[in-house]
Ligand binder design. Sequence first.
Ligand code: NAD
Ligand code: UDP
Length: 310
Amino acid sequence: MKKILVTGGTGFLGSHLCKKLLEMDNEVICMDNFYTGNKLNIGTLNKNPNFELVKYDITNPIDLDVDEIYNFACPASPVHYQFDPVKTLKTSVLGAINLLDLAKNTGAKILQASTSEVYGDPEVHPQTEIYRGNVNPIGIRACYDEGKRCAETLFFDYWRQYKVNIKVIRIFNTYGPNMNVNDGRVVSNFIVQALNNKDITVYGDGMQTRSFCYVDDLIDGIIKMMNSRDGFTGPVNLGNPSEFTILELAEKVIELTDSKSKIVYNPLPKDDPMQRKPDITIAKNELNWEPKINLEEGLKNTIEYFKGVI
Ligand code: NAD
Ligand code: UDP
């Protein structure tokens, strides 16, 4: 039985990851400061004797005995990561140092939840892992983008300098149950608005694109990456290459919820990337992974979840 630390374990992705790792007969320590996480997300897991919930902030040094670390602690919605940008940077940078030190001291394998945001507003489309990105280092998204870029740098320096066993994934827009009603990201916003028959808030003209991955597919890819061959560090893109405009997403959500909502157009936030789509050739070849759940099926599951919580 492996002892696994999941940071950010009460958040959207972390809670799914904890559940899956417990189902695979591991011992799971879920660490979270509850900044955007929600105890309800891990509700039933608490009954499992192999599960432990620890309230802790990863910007502080960590002393634990573990075999594997999944670092998912960091607010991921622009609304939340921009609320306290200095804290966001500390979480990405100090958090990475503290967890890499833990990995170095214990010999644990460590996986970093990086992001497609390292590509910024990409000029290369679709994005491959060798593309170095187009990030505004002084803009309002930089606390997240540059924090995650610096965390990647730290991972690769600990790997080169201290031989820490690292795995780095770059996650593209993922959605599904356990997203917070107030998360602020586009899929949950549109579904909650549609279910309440409120206006659907499209930012800009809605022609910007994203490629949406359903959470079950992503979790499968994450675990495959942790268990990938020795020496394969990544970074590897994990996401669904099917690309949609935000307007198409709004129309699909209205259709699937049978909502009376109208689409309204609000200003586009600064530095909002205009296009995003992963090239997943490396994930296919190295991990034998590709997403199986299409947008319609994933949205239906997510809509059912939100019907239950609002
Ligand atoms: P989320 O906001 O739901 O979860 C983040 C979790 O981290 C929350 O439980 C929060 O309380 C916790 N946290 C934040 N700061 C912390 C700190 N200093 N110490 C301890 N815990 C802290 O977001 P999510 O969508 O589940 O994202 C999880 C991870 O995956 C993040 O690192 C994010 O950057 C990455 N990611 C997610 C997506 C996506 O589409 N969901 C895309 C790219 C990357
Ligand atoms: N967006 C939108 N309406 C919303 C929330 C987001 O039109 O209510 C847009 C946002 O401007 C961006 C896209 O949807 O172009 C994805 O935004 P999200 O915050 O989900 O993720 P990210 O920008 O980090 O990819």
